[in-house]
Each structure stands twice: as C-alpha cells, then as structure tokens.
Design a protein around this ligand. Sequence first.
Ligand code: NAD
Length: 502
Amino acid sequence: MPSQVETKTKSIEKNVKDIRHYINGQFVDSHSNEWFDNYNPFTNKKINQAASGDEKEIDEAVQSARKAFQGEWGSLKLKDRLAYIYRIADLIDEYIDEIAPLESYDTGLPVSQTKKMVARAAHNFRFYAEMVSSRLVGDAYQVDNEFLNYTIHKPVGIAGLITPWNAPFMLETWKIAPALATGNTVVLKPAEWSPLTANRLAEIIDKAELPDGVFNVVHGYGERAGASLVAHSDVELISFTGETTTGSEIMKNGADSLKQFSMELGGKSPIIVFDDADVDRALDACTWGIFSFNGERCTANSRLYIHENIADSFIERLKERVQNIVVGDPMKEDTQVGPLIHANHYNNVKNYLKIAEKEGCQVFSGNVPEEMSSGNFIPPTIILNADTEMTVVQEEIFGPVITVMTFKEEEEVIKLANNVRYGLAGYVWTKDIQRGHRVAQAVDSGMLWVNSQNVRDLRTPFGGSKHSGIGREGGHYAFEFYTEVQIIHVALGEHHIPQFGK
Ligand code: NAD
C-alpha cells in the first residue's frame, strides 16, 4: 500500500505538464521552440520542461504590458483594481493545499514550511491592497496665501521582476503585489530552477481575469530572458532578488536605459549570543534561523558569535540539535530539512565544507538517512574553530551550514559581526536592554532582531545594507520604488512674476 505522501507525489508527477510563458493573457511556446529541463531535488529525476524565452518573448511581454498600462488597467478605478488584488489572494488561499506541495516537489523545501510561505503569499496581496487604500497618500504644502503644493503618486509603468528559487512563490508575490496594487503592469522572470509555482501563479492570475497583458511571465535563463528584460528600453524598473554578483551585473546592463533598481541580495548574517541571554530561546532561534528553508534563506543566521563563557555548553547543545533534525522527503509533514534545490548548488555547498576543512576548521554534521542518497542532501552542519578572515566566514554558503566563533567583549564582537561585505540581517541575544539596543544599532545590517528569530512585520522596511542590497521593499517603503512622486505647484493668487524684457 503506498503511503499518503507517495500517493500525493505520484499525483503531482502525473499531473505536471510542460510549462509555457504567460504573455498577453495566453500560455504560449517560445518562438525558438527552445526548452529547458526541470529536476526534482529529491530524486534528481527530470520533472518536466519549461519554455526557454529570449528577447522575442520579453519584447512581446513588454509590449502587452505597455498596452495594458496605457489601456484598461491604467484607467481602472482604484476600488476595481484592488478588487483584482483581493481576488488573487482568495484564489491563492483556495489552492494552498495544492501549491505548497508543488513548491516542495520543485524546490526540496519541506512542505510544512511551504504551506506557511504560500499563506504569506496570499497575505502579501491583501496587505498591499490595504496599504494602497490607506497609506498611498500625498503631502500638501501651503505657502502663505500664494501657493498650494501637493504630491501625488503615479504608477511607474512596466515593472520587470526577477526572482530567485529559494522561496519562489512567496518572493514573487512580495514583488507582484505592490507592483500591481500601485497600478503598474508586470513582466516576471522567475528562477529557472523552480518554474512550477510561477506557472501556477500565472494560472491563478489568469483565473482572476485580470485584463490581458497586466501580468506576464517569461521563463528562461537569467543570461537570456533575464538580461533581455533588464536591457529592454520600455521597462521602467527592475526589482531583483538574487545573488550579489548577479545584482551588480544587472545594474551594469540596465544603465543604458536608466532604470530604477531595487536590489535584494545575498547575506551572511550574524547571530550574537551574550552570556546573559535566555540560552534556551537563543538556541531554538539559532537552530531554526539557519536550518529552516534548508539553509537557503537570505536572512539565515549563518555566523554564530557565542560568548566564551557559554560557548562549550551552547555548542554541545547545538550539536545535539543538529543530530536530531529530521532530514528527509520534503513532501512529508515532519521533515525539517530537505534536499537542496539543484545538483550544482549541492556541489557548491559541498565544496564549502571541503574549503572549511582545508582552512583548518572542524566540520560537524548531522545525519542524512541512507535511503535519501539520490537527493541533493547536505546534512545540517556546524563549522567550528573558524576565524574571521576565512572563506567560510566571509562568503554566503546558502545551505544548512552554520559557522561558529567565540568572543569575549562587546566591542570585539561588533567588529567581527561587521567584518563582512554583506549587511542584510542580524540577531542579538541578551537580557541587558541597553546592550541589546547598543549592539543592534552598531551592527551594519538592514534588519536586526533583538531576542528573536526572523519574524516579519510586513509594515516594516525589508532590505539590506552594504553588498546585501539597495533600497527597501515592504510597507509603504515599496511605494517609493513602485510609484513616481509628482509635485504639483498651484498658484493661489497673484504672486510676483519677474517681468523680463518688459
Ligand atoms: P541568482 O542571482 O543566481 O538568480 C536570481 C534570478 O536572476 C534568477 O531568476 C536568474 O535567472 C536571474 N539572473 C541570473 N543572471 C541574470 C542576468 N545576467 N540578468 C538578469 N537576470 C539574471 O540567485 P539565486 O541563486 O536564484 O538565489 C539565491 C540568492 O538570492 C542568494 O544569494 C540569496 O541570499 C539571495 N536572496 C536574497 C534575498 C533578499 O531579500 N535579500 C531573498 C532571497 C534570496
């Protein structure tokens, strides 16, 4: 008798079809008829193939987005536009039990976690519909009785959205929701390693009956489809989430067409645990913060700085956790860590573990059950005896791997925490409230949590400093990027006008 999980997986296998672009309200093949293969990270077997787009599909998508922007979408009343956004949210909720396993099947992310991500995706749409109706407001400036100056927000135009594979569905919606809610039209280029749920999202948006061309998806490789979107002269903005090196390449390629950029890039975030911390809670947060999402989390606490007074016991307990983490089939409800997205990424992460050994670290790993040998499994791993200049401290590994260092003094740990090129997130654990604030403010990061794991409040700004990003999304901060602010100056009376040549 096959288990429930096997039955579910088989049913996905049976129903999954080849994937096509979604352009101007139609699912279409590439002109070139080129395709790329998509693999299951748990078995490394081919799932299906997806149409591989290039500048032709991008151009068609952009033209249809332009037409929609200048036509029906651009002239909708706000209430009617937002009704579409709420409809998308409702449809995502309706299909959550189908989307979450599909995401797990495609990415290797455990299904208990993809369920939360999909729920958050629906919330992203609702949240931005509410934000636009309540917070997309201008300012008015009165100048005596002479002028009234006021600002309005206009949609920018066509938003080019380029997204990664590590939480694909949620991250796509994190951009699509504010882009559409503020009145733009969209061309999405999702990551080529995780096309299934991007396609499902296109089907959902199709079902929500948005006017043709408002939302388009072009699948394909970054260097072709992605680069064509960036270079297209009719795309006003690019919101990108992905690796830091890709971000800087994109900014170079978009320079000629003077695009606006929002960049959500890599991270190597510190967690600092002082000796007065609530150690039990810090341990829970630290373990979850690095091993959830299979460690493929941009805000993962991948560098642990533990005060030397509590280091031995904390590390022992962390080792115990690592050995007990449930590694397995991402489709199973109790799995905590699944396989990494792709064999290439698996090899990259493996290579970092070799580098760690070469650099003189001790590598302590948990267990992967033997029957998982065909998947891209890296066991939860702790790198010990690390030193600040080492590769494994400086570079983003993006897997279930935490690098541990000890410290004595507050000043010393702040220096260590800041001694990387990244500045996405940070975590500080202490019961001393003054020290908590002091250290939080001294760490170079876009986001910092005191005595907490990464708990998102969608109203707050999301983004990184240094090489972790440019700009902030989230809350009303997204409006700065997805809208153009226009100032209107209105003379109220007969103010002085210089009379040249009179
Ligand atoms: P990636 O940079 O390889 O790819 C991201 C996207 O960019 C993909 O869709 C890819 O096809 C596209 N792309 C690649 N080259 C391109 C080019 N030249 N022009 C246009 N598009 C191009 O990143 P990834 O491996 O998919 O994702 C992992 C990275 O994303 C990690 O570094 C992680 O930290 C980062 N990330 C950051 C955040 C954040 O909010 N800061 C969130 C999630 C992931």
